[in-house]
Design a protein around this ligand. Structure first.
Ligand SMILES: Cc1cc2nc3c(=O)[nH]c(=O)nc-3n(C[C@H](O)[C@H](O)[C@H](O)COP(=O)(O)OP(=O)(O)OC[C@H]3O[C@@H](n4cnc5c(N)ncnc54)[C@H](O)[C@@H]3O)c2cc1C
Length: 359
């Protein structure tokens, strides 16, 4: 067996784990699509928000930030502004303390985002502790480092059979190729549970949730470049500058089967209507739209490390809406657990991120 780690899925989870594991042995990444990053990893909002998610997610984001900052060119200034209507005072106050927001009056908020509608936006709070991420550069960077370390990515290799053999696994793909590997890493995103079942491993309950996105021309011809991301306090929409345009999401979490997701027209229209209630310019045209699947474990925390059932089956799943901002520390944790090293995160966090918590 010349493959130590066969990683299934070339999204951000698979590629980042591949880089860390390549220090421990020979790595091969199999991807069913024509290119890495075709599914969730090619469709994200590309933001780093260190406050996002449950405590173990926040711990991973915090542990990832120094590496992302040190890489140079991956992060750029963005910030987030949460906005709320008059009847949302209680939710707004909660967010201000959770996210340590600077409270802005309407004039201050409108100076940052001249699109906000007076009367509709009653509360606004801002933090500069959020950054745009260059997710393409990140995927390409991991792929390049992997190649330099002797690892490979093979695309158009859709895994359709996994058998446990004496020293590891025999993996077959739709094209008829066969691979023997000591360990499998399940980085199959929305398909993570299906892949586990294929290998005879108990599924965790990873559920894909669709989230749609529309790109619209810069409203009123305004220069949007320096605007922060604007997020409705009830998560009924968010919008963010993107290459001179604005991307607007209805921020839906619609439970779906794993598939090649596309934006739901009705969901998009309803989300854009909620956005329009808070801004002065109506949406007159869409430049494009898309959707991606955010895949969550039942407790919305990532699942990282060996399975209790078979330590040669390693989970890298449940990245939800934070797969990029948590990738560096997630990949290090997986490699630490596989190598038997003491992880950098506190033991209670490691346990909360482990596959063991599901028995
Ligand atoms: C609209 C949206 C906004 C988001 N915003 C952010 C954000 O601002 N910040 C952030 O950090 N995260 C964000 N995310 C989340 C982030 O995109 C995901 O957490 C991350 O991309 C998940 O990466 P992954 O590698 O697990 O999954 P994927 O990128 O889906 O990769 C899994 C891969 O496995 C392959 N695969 C599956 N089954 C097989 C098989 N049997 N054989 C071979 N290959 C297989 C698939 O083809 C796929 O390429 C967002 C997601 C969405 C959808």
């Amino acid at each position: 067996m010349d493959i130590d780690f066969l990683i299934i899925g070339a999204g951000i989870a698979g590629l980042s784990a591949a880089v860390e594991l390549s220090a421990l042995g020979h790595v091969l990444v199999l991807e069913g699509e024509d290119a890495p990053g075709y599914h969730a990893s090619g469709r994200s909002a590309a933001l780093f928000d260190g406050n996002y998610g449950a405590a173990p997610v926040v711990a991973l984001s915090e542990a990832s930030l120094p590496e992302l900052q040190a890489a140079g060119g991956l992060l750029s200034e963005r910030g987030i502004m949460f906005v709320a209507a008059a009847h949302q005072a209680v939710e707004f106050a909660g967010l201000v303390s959770d996210h340590q927001l600077q409270v802005l009056n309407f004039e201050q908020a409108a100076r940052r985002v001249p699109l906000l509608k007076p009367g509709a936006v009653a509360f606004a709070g801002y933090t500069d502790q959020a950054w745009d991420m260059d997710t393409d550069l990140m995927l390409q960077g991991y792929a390049r480092v992997l190649r330099a370390a002797g690892g490979r990515v093979e695309c158009r290799q859709q895994v359709n059979a996994i058998t446990r053999v004496a020293e590891g696994w025999l993996v077959r793909t739709v094209s008829g190729a066969e691979y023997r590997a000591r360990n499998i890493v399940n980085a199959a995103g929305a398909w993570a549970d299906q892949l586990a079942v294929m290998a005879g491993i108990k599924p965790i309950g990873i559920t894909p949730m669709r989230r749609s996105m529309a790109r619209i021309p810069a409203p009123g011809g305004l220069d949007v470049k320096s605007w922060p991301m604007v997020v409705a306090v009830d998560m009924s929409f968010y919008c963010k500058p993107d290459a001179g345009s604005l991307i607007v999401s209805p921020a839906e979490e619609d439970l779906v089967e794993p598939h090649d997701a596309w934006a739901d027209d009705m969901v998009l229209a309803e989300g854009l209507a909620r956005y329009e209630e808070m801004v002065t310019e109506p949406v007159t045209r869409l430049e494009s739209s898309w959707a991606g699947l955010r895949s969550f474990a039942p407790d919305e925390v990532l699942v990282l490390g060996p399975s209790l059932q078979d330590e040669r089956f390693v989970w890298a799943a449940g990245q939800g809406g934070y797969g990029f901002q948590t990738a560096p520390a997630s990949a290090r944790l997986i490699a630490d657990l596989v190598a038997g090293r003491v992880p950098e995160l506190a033991p209670d966090m490691v346990r909360a991120l482990s596959a063991e918590r599901f028995g």
